[in-house]
Design a protein around this ligand. Structure first.
Ligand SMILES: Cc1cc2nc3c(=O)[nH]c(=O)nc-3n(C[C@H](O)[C@H](O)[C@H](O)COP(=O)(O)O)c2cc1C
Length: 449
């Protein structure tokens, strides 16, 4: 099997043509200067994907808020001065025939704002306590004025995306970020116009989608990344206090609610949906893998232990529980499934009638071909397999069904994203540690192949 197939058939959404139907999903990393401006390592990182035939790149979640940031050295688009370096990188990607879609987000209480723990780190839809998610010991409810400011932040950032010359814009209403914190009934316990019913939980996203569409105009490609189902019970978290009905606390939004959100988004002028699953990042429904890397999660917990009492307790626990027990606890709910969210993507495509990008656990050419040919989705987005094999599409073109050294979905890259350079950290894929290190450095070294 060589050459053609659905993967390499071009397609268009809202007049934006994609040369192939596999696109790069968001990959966030420490590739900005300390003020949040993207740096040459970012431009180099993005360009490498464009060189190997993906139809588009969806950027990392880039924060719209100047103070809510997750974490230091991740990129921002919260001021006009951030536009210029983004524009330069985007042009280089486009010159290679690849589209660039910039993803906007606000981390809410998943903020690790900067040098010290700050009040901004705990801002969310409601007050409450999550043991594993968030950095501060508790989260706090935003005032109405703060919510309205957040809506305006999205609108301003959307204008900047267009000014930066991007081909499209996506907002993340998943990942456990601020919009998701309003949608999720276990987190949103408000009783004002932003909470108390499924309609009111959607109000924040409704205002953002309306403001963003107005800001970029009717002709600009605009998508939303949505979690089909929240699965609040996984990964393991202690979330307090519980809410009634317990289904809201244990599970969160299910398909009837999220299909309702999607239909309303379509009516508000959204052009496509990017479908993943679960609440929070990482989570087993979004980043499927057999277990979660314990050593790496320990590194992460230790690197943030100074941020709150809860962070210190988490680190102490992870440092003292014996490895085999820890592996069992941390691994609860993790399981690899190929194209894990494809079934839900197909449901959204069929029920809502918008183009859909499917995400999560794709890697095999024949499986992707079937997903596209069966009409389950319009595009497939990938992150970890492309980090493992940036030339994956070249390998498909040359006739391979799976790459020679496939991604094992070990999630070491996911766990390391906030603490080190991006790259593949799976020792099994390399002949030596030197070889692995060279590969990691290639990702962040402008001038390297
Ligand atoms: C290192 C790394 C960083 C990521 N950063 C982001 C991000 O900034 N925003 C986002 O929405 N998803 C992010 N993701 C999730 C991916 O976009 C993708 O949804 C997930 O990895 C599942 O797809 P895959 O199985 O193809 O890896 C990241 C994933 C990885 C591995």
């Amino acid at each position: 099997m060589t050459g053609g197939g659905k993967i390499f058939e071009s397609t268009a959404i809202k007049g934006v043509e994609f040369r192939s139907r596999v696109i790069r999903s968001s990959i966030g990393g420490r590739y900005a200067f300390y003020d949040g401006a993207v740096n040459p390592a970012w431009a180099h990182f993005e360009r490498r994907f464009a060189e190997h035939g993906v139809g588009a790149i969806i950027s990392a979640t880039i924060t719209v808020n100047d103070r809510r940031w997750s974490p230091l050295e991740y990129p921002k688009i919260s001021q006009d001065r951030f536009i210029k370096p983004i524009r330069e990188g985007v042009r280089a990607v486009q010159a290679l025939g690849c589209r660039y879609i910039l993803q906007l987000g606000d981390p809410g209480y998943h903020t690790q704002a900067g040098l010290f723990s700050e009040r901004e780190d705990e801002m969310s839809s409601s007050s409450g306590f999550d043991f594993f998610f968030g950095y501060r010991s508790a989260r706090s409810a935003m005032s109405i004025a703060e919510v309205e400011q957040a809506v305006d932040d999205f609108a301003q950032a959307a204008r900047r995306v267009r000014e930066a010359g991007c081909d499209g814009l996506e907002i993340t209403a998943s990942k456990g970020y601020l919009i998701h914190q309003f949608l999720n009934p276990a987190i949103n316990r408000r009783t004002d116009r932003y909470g108390g019913s499924v309609e009111k939980r959607f109000q924040f996203l409704r205002e953002i989608a309306t403001a963003v569409r107005k800001s970029v105009g009717p002709d600009f490609l605009f998508g939303v990344r949505l979690s089909a189902r929240d699965f609040n019970y996984t990964p393991l978290d202690l979330r307090w206090p519980p809410v009634l009905p317990l289904r809201h606390w244990w599970f969160g939004n299910d398909l009837p609610e999220t299909l309702g959100y999607a239909r309303q988004l379509k009516a508000l002028g959204v052009d496509y949906l990017h479908i993943s699953n679960g609440y929070g990042f990482p989570n087993p429904k979004e980043n499927p893998g057999d277990g979660y890397p314990v050593r790496e999660i320990g590194m992460f917990m230790n690197s943030i232990r100074h941020l709150s009492r809860k962070a210190a307790i988490r680190a102490a626990l992870i440092n003292s529980i014996p490895m085999p027990i820890l592996r069992m606890i941390v691994g609860i709910g993790w399981r690899y499934e190929q194209g894990a969210n494809l079934g839900d993507a197909a449901t959204f495509r069929r029920e809502v009638g918008l183009p859909v990008i499917a995400n999560g656990g794709f890697q095999q050419r024949s499986f992707i071909e079937d997903a596209l040919a069966s009409g389950s989705c319009d595009l497939v987005s990938m992150a970890r397999p492309l980090l493992a094999n940036v030339d994956l599409l070249d390998q498909f073109r040359a006739g391979r069904d799976l790459p020679e050294r496939p991604c094992t979905f070990c999630n070491r890259c996911t766990a390391r994203t906030t603490i080190g350079p991006l790259g593949c950290y799976e020792p099994k894929r390399f002949g030596s540690q030197d070889e692995m290190e060279r590969q990691i450095l290639q990702w962040s070294a402008p001038g390297e192949a």
